[in-house]
Write a protein of this length. Structure first.
Length: 311
């Protein structure tokens, strides 16, 4: 058995913690992980003026643009999930995010500009809103809406970090990027689900050996605009914050990017409708939903991922 080693760093507006069982002391896995997350943020963050995503957002619609292969791949993944969820999950909400004041990484927000409501600002995209050219790693954006890859980008980067570590021969570990987690190996690990109503408390704990986890919460990244509370989850079909009894959704899936997408959508739908939607659209996944009345809803499919649960 190897030695457990850990790495902590900041990136993508959150704390990133990695723990692995290292079998070969010669492996420089920490440098690999640090370089990967730093590179990904420089390419895919909408908060950096010189990122590849910012450059793409500034290009006029109907223009062919060759983009970085990493941005191409994550954008293609995001668009596939948008189509699959009928645009409840929608990567074209960058303009809306700016409009409600989410203009820089959340931990750097010191003040928020006045909300300038514009009913003509948002248009629901379609399966034809983006054209992809694989041979060139190029795209055409057929809409003026800006792209935001925040949550799914973070999840996708965790998935990639997992594959990088596995390719090094590291067969057990945990990657945690602000609650977006990939866990692998034989030993069950104890994981807590935060209580959205009580800081530093868990609403549930479980043991899991392998799988991907993501949590979305409408309380944590919220702020006041013109006296109204708004948050970072946008219903992709309306361009507005959803009206739902769901406060928090934790999702278990085969990859973190998928868990991220599902968790966002579950925060948009009424809780029981969301559970049914999950069963129909992503039957292999599982969820744990916390409602505003503090009810905890757990799908039976959670048994695919966890060894035991403590509430």
């Amino acid at each position: 058995m190897g030695e457990e080693q850990s790495l902590s760093m900041n990136g993508m507006g959150t704390a990133i913690n990695v723990r692995v069982i290292e079998y070969k002391r010669s492996l420089n896995w920490k440098l690999l992980v640090q370089t990967w997350f730093t590179t990904f943020e420089k390419i895919c963050s909408r908060f950096l003026d010189d990122s590849e995503l910012t450059k793409l957002n500034q290009v006029p619609a109907e223009t062919v643009i060759q983009i970085h292969p990493i941005l191409y791949d994550v954008l293609q993944t995001a668009f596939e999930y948008a189509v699959k969820t009928e645009f409840y999950f929608n990567p074209f909400v960058g303009t809306i995010m700016k409009n409600i004041g989410y203009t820089q990484s959340f931990h750097k927000q010191h003040f928020l500009p006045e909300h300038k409501e514009n009913i003509d600002l948002f248009r629901v995209p379609s399966a034809n809103s983006l054209s992809f050219f694989p041979a060139l790693k190029a795209v055409i954006k057929h809409t003026t809406e800006e792209i935001d890859l925040g949550g799914i980008g973070k999840g996708w980067s965790v998935d990639k970090a997992y594959h990088l570590l596995r390719d090094l021969g590291i067969n057990a570990g945990v990657i945690d990027a602000g609650g977006d987690m990939f866990i692998w190996g034989d030993a069950g690990r104890k994981i807590g689900v935060a209580n959205p109503f009580a800081e530093n408390e868990d609403i549930a704990q479980f043991f899991i050996s392998s799988g991907a986890i993501a949590t979305s919460n409408v309380l944590y990244r919220s702020w006041k605009v013109n006296g109204d509370t708004v948050h970072h989850i946008i219903n992709g079909q309306t361009g507005k914050n959803p009206v739902s009894d769901v406060v928090q959704a934790t999702v278990f899936a085969e990859c973190v990017s998928e868990a991220e997408v599902i968790a966002k959508v579950l925060c948009m739908l009424p809780s029981r409708q969301g559970v049914q939607w999950l069963k129909e659209k992503f039957p292999q996944s599982a969820c744990m939903i916390v409602t505003e009345s503090r009810e905890l809803l757990i799908t039976p499919s959670i048994s695919r991922y966890i060894e035991r649960l403590a509430i």
